[in-house]
Design a protein around this ligand. Structure first.
Ligand code: VAH
Length: 270
C-alpha cells in the first residue's frame, strides 16, 4: 500500500517488485470530488503525473490510466457519444479526466511511453462496494436488494447511463493492454461500451430475482452530474483498433450479481 502522492514510494515499489507495468486506478471519483475539488485535482492529476514520471524514468513497458464518461459534458451529443468530440465536463473529476487524457497522450508523443486508457462507464462489481461515484446507485441497489429488500435511489427513475459489468471492464482493460501498439490510433481516450439502462430498468431486472424489492427515487446533487453525462457511447474506435466486444448484458449481469451477493450475504461478508 502507498500514497499515490508519494513519488518516491511509487519508484521504490517498482524497484522492489520489478514491475514492468502500472495499472493506475487510484482516483477521487465524481461525487466525492464535488465535495472536495482541490483534493480531486491533487490526487487525480499529481498522482497520475507521479506514476507517469516513474514509468518514464524506469522505462516501464506500459501504463494504464483510465478516463471516464465523466469527461463529457454539455455540448456533447448525449446518444452514441463519439470518441472524438467536445469535452466540457462540469465536475472537477471530469476536468481531471480530460486533463489526464491530454497529459497521457502527451507522454506517448513526447517520451514514447506506452500509455493507454479507457473512458470507463459506470462499473458494477459484486466484490467492490460503491466508492463515491455518481453511478454508485447501480451498485448499491444490488447490495440493498440482497441485504434489506429496500433501496432509496439518488437519481430519477428515468436516468439512463452507460454501464458495464466488472468482468467486461477487466476484459476491456486487458484486451487494450495486449493489443499491438502499431494498431492503435487512439491511446488514452477510448470510449468503451457494454450496455445502457435507466435506474428503473435496473430495478425491474433485479425484481425478477428479488420480487419484494422496494425502490424509492429521491434525487440529490448527483442528479445534475448524471444529467451531464451521455446516455450511450459510440465505441466503434475500440472495436476497430483492438477488437472490443462486451460479453455481459443487463440480464446476465443481474443474475450473476444477485447470485454472488447472496453467497456473500449467507457467509456474513456482505
Ligand atoms: C463515478 N463511477 O461515478 C465513476 C465513473 C462513469 C462514472 O467515473 O464517478
Amino acid at each position: 500500500m502507498l500514497d499515490v502522492l508519494d513519488k518516491a514510494a511509487i519508484s521504490a515499489a517498482v524497484e522492489r517488485t520489478g514491475a514492468d507495468t502500472i495499472v493506475h486506478l487510484a482516483a477521487i471519483l465524481s461525487a466525492v470530488g464535488e465535495k472536495n475539488p482541490a483534493l480531486a485535482w491533487n490526487v487525480n492529476i499529481n498522482g497520475m503525473l507521479n506514476v507517469l514520471d516513474v514509468a518514464r524514468d524506469a522505462k516501464l513497458r506500459q501504463v494504464f490510466v483510465p478516463s471516464s464518461i465523466a469527461a463529457f459534458g454539455p455540448g456533447t451529443p448525449l446518444e452514441r457519444t463519439p470518441t472524438d468530440t467536445v469535452l466540457r465536463p462540469t465536475t472537477m473529476y471530469g476536468v481531471t479526466k480530460v486533463a489526464g487524457e491530454l497529459v497521457c497522450n502527451y507522454y506517448v508523443q513526447k517520451f514514447g511511453l506506452d500509455v493507454r486508457g479507457l473512458r470507463y462507464p459506470g462499473i458494477i462489481s459484486a466484490e467492490t462496494p460503491p466508492g463515491g461515484g455518481t453511478t454508485d446507485f447501480a451498485v448499491a441497489i444490488f447490495y440493498e436488494a440482497v441485504r434489506t429488500g429496500r433501496y432509496t435511489c439518488f437519481v430519477r427513475e428515468d436516468t439512463r447511463l452507460p454501464m458495464m459489468y466488472m468482468p467486461d471492464c477487466i476484459k476491456a482493460t486487458l484486451d487494450l493492454m495486449s493489443a499491438p501498439r502499431e494498431q492503435l490510433v487512439h491511446h488514452s481516450d477510448f470510449n468503451v461500451g457494454a450496455m445502457s439502462f435507466s435506474a428503473g430498468e435496473l430495478a425491474a431486472e433485479i425484481k425478477k430475482h428479488v420480487p419484494k424489492l422496494e425502490v424509492v427515487y429521491a434525487p440529490d446533487f448527483r442528479q445534475a452530474i448524471a444529467d451531464s453525462w451521455p446516455r450511450s457511447v459510440d465505441d466503434s474506435a475500440a472495436r476497430a483498433e483492438w477488437g472490443w466486444a462486451p460479453e455481459h448484458d443487463l440480464a446476465s449481469m443481474a443474475a450473476d450479481m444477485i447470485e454472488r451477493l447472496r453467497v456473500r450475504h449467507a457467509a456474513g461478508t456482505l
